[in-house]
Design a protein around this ligand. Structure first.
Ligand SMILES: [Zn+2]
Length: 198
């Protein structure tokens, strides 16, 4: 499977999810076929938000994807190390950096910008600063600002992941792996891939 095939497979799964046409599951069979090891092909990093459940959103089966969830989808060393473990276990072709609309971490960061914030929210603040000034002031009523901040959180997390892991950046340079930036829309269930900004 190529990185592009892995992405297409997950996007096809998201289409089934949105269409309420998810694949038939046989959990006993899935458990039995993965008991001796997995053949997972993708890693999804997402927020811990209760709406952003990667296995359902991408209509995957047991053993298909490795999922790391933390508030705001922030990157830390444990996340990087976990992805490297997955890569060493199996043929991971793709990392999806999955942000989402109406993210509580972005809302919290916007509301408390300039005040004392938690360690996690401090990691989200650079995404706010990366929003173009043309979108106006940070405020909870400025929806275009919040949407852009959610995107920038994804973009910056990907940059941070590449910088933190020579293993991952080497695989990307050799075209053996890809990171896709994406946003999950909590109103439609749809995943949209963000165009790479040049
Ligand atoms: Zn969130």
């Amino acid at each position: 499977m190529s990185p592009d095939d892995a992405l297409q497979k997950l996007l096809d799964g998201n289409k089934r999810f949105v269409a309420q046409n998810t694949q038939d599951r046989n959990f006993a069979e899935e458990i039995a076929s993965t008991a001796d090891g997995v053949d997972g092909y993708a890693v999804v990093i997402s927020c811990m938000d209760a709406r952003v459940n990667a296995e359902q959103i991408f209509d995957t089966k047991i053993g298909d994807i490795f999922v790391l969830r933390v508030g705001g989808g922030v990157i830390n060393q444990d996340i990087v190390d976990s992805i490297e473990i997955a890569i060493n276990m199996t043929q991971v072709k793709l990392v999806i950096m999955l942000g989402h609309t109406k993210c509580g971490a972005i809302v919290n960061a916007t509301k408390n910008k300039g005040q004392e914030v938690s360690q996690l929210i401090a990691k989200v603040l650079p995404a706010l600063d990366a929003v173009p000034t043309s979108l106006g002031e940070p405020s909870l009523s400025n929806i275009p600002y919040l949407r852009k901040a959610e995107e920038m959180q994804v973009v910056l997390s990907t940059q941070q992941l590449e910088e933190s892991s020579p293993l991952i950046s080497n695989l990307i340079n050799e075209n053996q792996m890809m990171i896709a930036n994406a946003i999950y829309d909590v109103e439609t269930g749809k995943v949209t891939i963000l165009e790479a900004s040049s």
